[in-house]
Design a protein around this ligand. Structure first.
Ligand code: NAD
Length: 258
């Protein structure tokens, strides 16, 4: 039977790569995230061209519970339930704790943590009825270790690890698995754009930005690709991964081994 996958924050980066990968398996895809009308049309058409499933776009702002509820209800009514939920939407803000803007704290906790509570609680009843479901939370190496000046992001990513374990235990007998993926530095368009900017502001070469700034803590000294993260998501959604639940898989080039 055709599976349906909802991927939050899938108009760019890791989420888009995961949407492409699931579309390639023939799944119906619900895309979500920001972008201009043109960008969204392009992404929707591209993902639709990769498989035989239906592709739908929903504009929910993952900071807003009522919009998240509408995303989940729309997906469920259109496709008769959600089989695979990938909680991927995420934002970052970097500042020392005493100057960290309260509204940025609230925004990051809402998008990077609370949104997953809202999507998961909406997805579970239909998954229980089908006795099958896959929930994949895109956490981060920052779900396991910290870096200074990223208090909200690190707190939210540690929080998602706890949510993953708790829900996994609650649904363990229902054929539903719940896991996190913890990537290190992934080469997304956002990261790519920062390389020339940082080289200019720091007065160093682009190569130095990559090796001495960005990949300083990533022992392989290579970026993770979005396709590598997507391929892990496909595996976690497979029947072979039915006994992997309540845990995380790191894909961080050795970062958290240090
Ligand atoms: P990205 O900026 O390329 O993509 C983020 C996506 O989320 C976009 O589609 C954007 O429109 C969407 N989004 C942002 N705010 C939203 C909101 N309020 N409502 C709905 N959609 C929203 O980022 P990315 O690097 O692909 O990151 C995706 C996830 O992976 C995030 O959770 C991030 O924390 C995590 N992650 C990224 C890296 C990395 O190095 N890029 C490393 C570890 C974890």
């Amino acid at each position: 039977m055709t599976k349906t996958a909802v991927i939050t924050g899938s108009t760019s980066g890791i989420g888009l790569a995961i949407a492409r990968a699931f579309a390639g398996t023939g799944a119906n895809i619900v895309l979500n995230g920001f972008g201009t009308a043109d960008e969204i049309r392009t992404v929707t058409d591209e993902v639709a061209g990769l498989g035989n499933g239906t592709v739908l776009y929903h504009p929910a702002d993952m900071a807003k519970p009522d919009e998240i509820a509408d995303l989940m209800a729309t997906a469920a009514s259109r496709f008769g339930g959600i089989d695979i939920l990938v909680n991927n939407a995420g934002v970052q803000f970097v500042e020392k704790i005493e100057d960290f803007p309260v509204e940025q704290w609230d925004r990051i906790i809402a998008i990077n943590l609370s949104s997953s509570f809202h999507t998961i609680r909406a997805a579970i009843p239909a998954m229980k009825k089908k006795s099958w479901g896959r929930i994949i939370n895109i956490a981060s190496a920052h779900g396991l270790v910290a870096s200074p000046f990223k208090s909200a992001y690190v707190a939210a990513k540690h929080g998602i690890m706890g949510l993953t374990k708790t829900v996994a235990l609650e649904v363990a007998e229902n054929g539903i698995t719940v896991n996190s993926i913890c990537p290190g530095y992934v080469l997304t368009p956002l990261v790519e754009k920062q390389i020339p900017d940082q080289a200019r502001t720091r007065g160093i070469t682009e190569e130095q930005v990559i090796n001495e700034v960005m990949l300083k803590g990533q022992p392989t000294k290579k970026f993770i690709t979005v396709e590598q993260v997507a391929s892990l998501a496909l595996y976690l959604a497979s029947d072979d991964a039915a006994q992997i639940t309540g845990t995380h898989v790191s894909m961080d080039g050795g970062w958290t081994a240090q």
